[in-house]
Design a protein around this ligand. Structure first.
Ligand code: GLN
Length: 286
């Protein structure tokens, strides 16, 4: 049996795939941190680990995303199971979590108000990353999450069980199955990539569910139009809607919010300095 060291397999991998991807996958497999992999090139690897790593490198060289190869991706400090039926959770979506937390008071977060729990709806939940994170970060909230894909809902339910989150999952095309239901907060990371965007045919996006990335509209805004227009029928007074969108869509999304009657409409930047999440308040006039 051939003996492989950390340094050998990483050198081999780096000829075919990105260096960080290689380190990340080997770290995941071996249980060694990336720093420790770099500091210990002579460490002998378990033959099973070395063989599995070689398979991972071949899959990555074929273009498959690291999160699908490993079957999981970290989001807001928790590991979410992912497969080809769900969008891979992305760091920019954490902006929604941060903004929701910033907008609700400490009291709403930790204590169930005497009258009722804070209700939150996640539209197009995919892996469940947003709904599950909000359920865990806001113990007083009651979470509902919908997706049009039954496959995605299976992934999301499994994640909720594993992460001890209580979320009510429903199969629904946006608001269709939610007739008459109203919430304090609605969040969504909908498909927003324009149908003719080249990125859809390049790199990792080719491996993700097309439905999660684009709704086929020329401007990529069809789903967001549906979500914003329907929100007034599903928000309680003083309720707030948070929507993730593309790097060049913030101004148009703010206009959609304003046209639907939202006030206090703001876009928040992601870590790359791009306006990524737009949110606004709904006031029912008395
Ligand atoms: N942010 C993703 C991307 O550009 C798209 C995710 C989405 O459409 N919701 O790869």
């Amino acid at each position: 049996m051939r003996i492989s060291t950390v340094g050998e397999v990483l050198t081999f991998a780096q000829r075919a795939i990105d260096r960080l991807d290689a380190q990340y996958m080997l770290s995941h497999l071996s249980g060694m941190s990336r720093a420790s992999l770099i500091a210990n090139p002579d460490r002998i690897l378990d033959t099973h680990v070395a063989a599995t790593f070689a398979n991972y490198v071949a899959e990555r060289a074929n273009g498959r995303p690291v999160a699908q190869i490993l079957g999981s991706r970290e989001f807001y400090g928790r590991e979410f199971g992912v497969d080809e039926n769900v969008l891979i959770p992305r760091p920019e979506t954490e902006v929604i979590v941060e903004q929701v937390l910033a907008r609700i008071s400490e009291q709403n977060r930790l204590k169930t108000p005497a009258s009722r729990a804070l209700s939150i709806l996640d539209l197009g939940t995919g892996s469940g990353a947003l709904a599950i994170t909000l359920a865990r970060e806001i113990p007083a909230a009651s979470l509902t999450a919908v997706d049009i894909s039954a496959h995605a809902l299976r992934v999301a339910s499994a994640n909720a069980s594993r992460l001890n989150a209580r979320v009510n999952f429903l199969e629904s095309n946006w608001y269709l199955a939610l007739e008459g239901q109203r919430y304090d907060i609605i969040v969504a990371n909908p498909p927003y990539v324009a149908a003719d965007d080249d990125h859809l045919r390049k790199g990792d996006l080719r491996f993700e569910p097309p439905l999660a990335l684009t709704d086929g509209s020329i401007d990529g805004l069809e789903s967001i139009r549906t979500i914003v227009a329907g929100a007034p029928n599903h928000l309680l007074g003083e309720g707030r809607l948070f929507v993730e969108h593309g790097y060049d869509q913030a101004e148009r999304v703010r206009a959609l919010f304003a046209a639907a009657g939202f006030s206090d409409v703001v876009s928040t930047k992601d870590l790359s300095g791009i306006e990524r999440v737009t949110h606004g308040s709904w006031r029912i006039d008395v």
